[in-house]
Design a binder for this molecule. Sequence first.
Ligand SMILES: Nc1ncnc2c1ncn2[C@@H]1O[C@H](COP(=O)(O)OP(=O)(O)OP(=O)(O)O)[C@@H](O)[C@H]1O
Ligand SMILES: [Mg+2]
Length: 246
Amino acid sequence: MIRLEGLTRSFGDLHVLRGFDLEVATGETVAVIGRSGEGKSVLLKHVAGLLQPDSGEVWIGDEQVTGADRERVRRLRLSMGYVFQSSALFDSMTVAENVRLALRRHGTPAAEIEERARESLETVGLGGWEGRYPAELSGGMRKRAGVARAVAPRPTYLLYDEPTSGLDPVTTSMIDELVLQLKEDLRATSIVVTHDMRSACRVADRIALLREGRVSWLGTPEEIEHTDDAAVKAFVEGRRDLWPDD
Ligand SMILES: Nc1ncnc2c1ncn2[C@@H]1O[C@H](COP(=O)(O)OP(=O)(O)OP(=O)(O)O)[C@@H](O)[C@H]1O
Ligand SMILES: [Mg+2]
């Protein structure tokens, strides 16, 4: 379970999170949608303990991330896979080395590392590209390598920051399948930040709209199609004219 309670976070005068509450049940996937700059990436960084809130609490299972010492945060992070929006691969290492490093950090037995790295790269369609450096890949391939690295250790918590942005529709559904597979195999508890409504509806049990620093709407993919909520409708239909003024 991931539980976020009353998270607030400002950067100077910019109040990004303003009382954000969300509970993601064990084995559940929640998609977080919201306009650019609303604070989706900031939110995920709080879940991973990479940023500390001004107030509020982050719980992973029965452990609190907020206020935990470095060692505990490090240990909690080992139970998480994080797909960074920017891929965040090490440029000086090949794609396979990036994945193997993540596996080593997670304590995967040495004998399994080679095979697991190969397998996870294959799952994202990067079989045969193991020896390439990030600079030699396309943007979408780097994104997929970032996904492979996050999922290779088979973590029970997964944080995906726009895992399918910049990917073609076929590759997108490949990543969607992977998200669903991990949910089934590991009973992974996941938050998926995405702008892709089709993806959100495919992978998520529930969808949360982040607006003005809070969850302004929360519901299932079925509910999102029939809601009267103005912001949700504006977002889903891409209608600037329907967007409620902030
Ligand atoms: N470390 C930081 N220092 C100062 N401001 C920050 C920092 N990180 C994020 N911000 C600000 O917080 C706001 C939210 O940023 P965030 O990256 O979370 O947006 P987002 O919802 O992920 O947008 P996008 O959809 O474009 O990725 C932005 O205005 C950004 O400038
Ligand atoms: Mg972002």
